[in-house]
Design a protein around this ligand. Structure first.
Ligand code: C2E
Ligand code: MG
Ligand code: MG
Ligand code: MG
Length: 290
């Protein structure tokens, strides 16, 4: 009986592996035609000023809906990175961010929210990246100073020297840079100050810890204090309740993002949300990301 069970177990395992390989292949193939088939779309999750709650920015989060059904970016982005599909997809994302920036600035002028977008290091190592971005900026007329490139701490620190070179070029265009998922990688302060970074986005895991232990609160408070001492703006991600909001305000965190405020929204819903909030207290006109 034991033997049989073991064999069933193996068979199950092997079938699961085959299924996984099949899925991966479908995703790899599907990603090749995702752009031409119009299967990509952006969501925009508001980023709010901690004190006033005013929407000062939005993170563009990519969604992919092939005929087989929506696939999470946590699944398809790593595959796109390993196959190289992230390069054309990343250019599509950059263009979508530029179009949003232009649209929002036309609607709301200088008070329009800035646009934050994710960049993977696979894109940074593409020699044509800077030229591609420059031509998309020119073609769309987007203001680079209102675009923030989010790069995860772990990938940024994997090759600081190579990334430094390309980030300097992008920064010369006027683009801003944020370290995403900050606190999960291993950056030293010395490395951080070498990079042209404007914003740190504190990883959700830290925010999670706020309700859990005094130690977590001490750590997140110290991280926020350190970032601010370096002259960086601090964004906390994954804020899910009012208690976390209050704590983060007390620590001097500048900006907040999370389901407590809004989920990632379709473009039209994002616009409605900003419009319906625009009657808010105008005494915080100075909230600005940089
Ligand atoms: P990320 O850049 O750290 O984005 C934050 C993720 O946390 C998003 O998941 C967002 O929907 C989710 N989130 C926001 N607020 C909350 C909250 O309060 N609670 C919880 N539990 N989650 C929250 P999403 O959209 O599934 O994206 C996952 C990851 O996929 C992103 O993590 C990013 O690394 C990657 N990604 C998404 N879009 C792009 C893209 O256009 N390019 C690249 N290279 N990566 C992308
Ligand atoms: Mg991000
Ligand atoms: Mg993040
Ligand atoms: Mg993340």
């Amino acid at each position: 009986a034991v033997k049989e069970k073991g064999r069933d177990g193996w068979q199950f395992f092997s079938e699961a592996l085959q299924e996984q390989a099949r899925q991966r292949l479908m995703i790899t193939n599907g990603l090749r035609t995702a752009i031409e088939r119009n299967e990509l779309s952006p969501r925009f999750q508001p980023i709010v000023a901690a004190e006033s709650g005013r929407i000062v920015g939005a993170e563009l989060l990519l969604r992919w809906k092939p005929p087989m059904g929506e696939v999470s970016p946590a699944v398809f982005i790593p595959i796109a990175e390993s196959t190289g599909a992230i390069v054309p997809i990343g250019a599509w994302v950059f263009r979508a961010a530029c179009l949003a920036e232009v649209d929002w600035r036309q609607r709301w002028g200088e008070r329009a929210p800035y646009v934050s977008l994710n960049l993977s290091t696979r894109q940074l190592s593409e020699v044509s990246l800077a030229d591609d971005f420059a031509s998309i900026l020119q073609e769309t007329g987007a203001d680079p100073a209102r675009l923030l490139l989010e790069i995860t701490e772990s990938s940024l620190m994997a090759d600081v020297d190579a990334n430094l070179r390309i980030l300097r070029r992008l920064a010369e265009f006027g683009l801003r840079v944020a370290v995403d998922d900050f606190g999960t990688g291993y950056s030293s302060l010395a490395q951080l100050t070498r990079l042209p970074v404007n914003v740190l986005k504190i990883d959700r895991a830290f925010v999670d810890g706020i309700n859990k232990s005094a130690e977590s609160r001490t750590v997140i408070r110290a991280v926020i204090g350190m970032g601010r001492a370096l002259g960086l703006k601090m964004v906390a991600e994954g804020v899910e309740d009012a208690a976390q909001w209050r704590e983060l305000c007390g620590y001097g965190c500048d900006f907040l993002q999370g389901y407590y405020f809004q989920r990632p929204l379709e473009a039209e819903r994002f616009i409605e949300t900003v419009e319906s909030a625009s009657g808010d207290d105008p005494s915080h006109e100075t909230d600005s990301l940089y």
